[in-house]
Structure formats: structure tokens, C-alpha cells
Design a protein. Structure first.
Length: 256
């Protein structure tokens, strides 16, 4: 019996099954947290998507839909994603923007790939303290990490990457676990490094990240007047108005 037609038929059936199954899977998650010297952090999450051939229409339809929320996309994607991976449980997030990118077809009947970007701001991600003249220490709130919880604690799954970006000129005080990037050649010497990344399925239950920033004298003066205005702005305004009124009266009387 010639097995070639049978094998060819089986291959066709398997190909059709693989390409017709409706699914939109997340293959990689990249979470970037931009720390700017305030308790509020800017978070950008990018999800790499694998879209089956029969789901292309679904993705294209959802991509152009307006006002789809994270909950709406969780119904579309597998594994309950996307999710806010940086979220203080005692605080909130704001300015959420979801941007589904264009679909890039893998090949005829093979589906395609796309990138879904979730952009938001998370509050109370760091706490700060004044440790010296113009010196401020910032401690990352590890409870804001919202990744998978395993039997041994929170951890990064395979296919997940976490990036922390700090202001230029900041100095690292403590960091654990050591980042996967920059590499081990820079251990204990992170001068001028502004981005730290973890992606090797790191345990996060004892995550520590602390850095310091030394403000310039100009910034210190600006902060002083800003704080003074926030406390005494009303009285300062009254004094200014009084000076203007007195000056106007003086010139009016003198002119007469």
C-alpha cells in the first residue's frame, strides 16, 4: 500500500488545524518603569502577540475599536493578559493608554505577529527621604511588583523582562537580585548606568532597589521658592497686590 497519499493527507490536516485554530497568544512581555525622582512612575508594557490565521480578523477589528480597556483585551488574549505589572496595592494608576500595533503577517495562512503597548502612570512606587544637603534617597516599593506568585514567592516567568530606568546622575545604593543587564563585569560599579534589566526568571520576593540623587544648587533654590509659594502663595499675592495699589496711588497723587 502506498503510504505517500496518506501521509500527505495527514500533513494537510495538521496544517489546517494549526492555522485555523483561533488564538491570540502573548509570547513575550517587556515592562519598563521610568523613575523620575518622584513617587509617581511612568510604566510602559509591551506585549508581543502571536495571532493565528483565523484570528487576524478579530485582532484587526479590535485594533481599530475605540475605548477598549485592559479588561476588554484580557477577553481577547490568552492567559488573562494584559495586566498592570507595576501597581501599589494601596494606591492607583492613571492615564492608561492601550496601543495595538499593526499586524505583520508571518506568511500565507500562517497568521502574524503584533505588539500591544500598555502605557500608564503608577502612584507611590518609590519613597524618598532627605539624607543630606541636596541629597535624596529613593527606595523602590517592592510591593508594587505584580508578577506571577509561585510557591516560593513572586518571580519573573520565562518570557518576561523587567526594566528600571533611573535619572541620569543617580547613584545606586543597593540592588538585589543583581540585574541580568548590565552584566557581571559592572557588579558594584554602576556609575553612569541608567537602565537595569532582569529577565532570567528572577525571584522577586526580596527585591531591593535604592538610589540617591544630588540636586543642583539651582534646583534647590527653585524647590525652596516653590515650597514657599505653595505654603504662602495667597499672602504673597496680597503683598504684590498691595504694592501695586500703593504704587498706583502714589503716582496718581504725585501727578496731581
Amino acid at each position: 500500500m502506498n503510504k505517500l497519499p496518506l501521509l500527505s493527507f495527514a500533513a494537510v490536516v495538521l496544517f489546517l488545524a494549526a492555522t485555523s485554530y483561533a488564538s491570540i497568544n502573548v509570547t513575550f512581555v517587556n515592562t519598563t518603569v521610568i523613575l523620575n525622582g518622584t513617587p509617581r512612575a511612568h510604566v510602559i508594557e509591551t506585549l508581543n502577540l502571536q495571532v493565528s490565521n483565523s484570528s487576524i480578523g478579530v485582532y484587526e477589528q479590535d485594533r481599530v475599536a475605540l475605548n477598549l480597556t485592559i479588561t476588554d483585551w484580557q477577553k481577547v488574549l490568552e492567559d488573562g493578559l494584559p495586566s498592570e505589572f507595576i501597581l501599589n496595592p494601596r494606591s492607583s494608576i492613571s492615564q492608561i493608554t492601550l496601543l495595538p500595533g499593526p499586524l505583520v503577517e508571518t506568511g500565507p495562512g500562517l497568521g502574524g505577529t503584533a505588539i500591544l503597548t500598555v502605557d500608564y502612570y503608577a502612584n507611590n512606587i518609590t519613597t524618598s527621604s532627605n539624607i543630606g544637603p541636596r541629597d535624596f534617597e529613593y527606595v523602590f516599593n517592592s510591593s508594587a511588583l505584580n508578577f506571577e506568585h509561585t510557591a516560593s514567592g513572586e518571580a519573573l516567568q520565562a518570557g518576561y523582562r523587567l526594566n528600571l530606568i533611573i535619572p541620569r546622575g543617580a547613584q545606586i545604593v543597593s540592588i538585589y537580585p543583581l540585574p541580568d543587564s548590565p552584566g557581571p563585569t559592572l557588579v558594584n560599579n554602576y556609575k553612569n548606568v541608567t537602565q537595569f534589566s532582569w529577565y532570567a526568571e528572577e525571584p522577586l520576593q526580596k527585591f531591593t532597589f535604592t538610589y540617591t540623587i544630588t540636586e543642583s544648587l539651582q534646583q534647590e533654590v527653585l524647590d525652596y521658592f516653590e515650597n514657599a509659594y505653595s505654603k504662602y502663595g495667597f499672602y504673597i499675592l496680597l503683598v504684590i497686590v498691595a504694592i501695586i495699589v500703593i504704587g498706583a496711588v502714589y503716582w496718581y497723587v504725585r501727578a496731581r
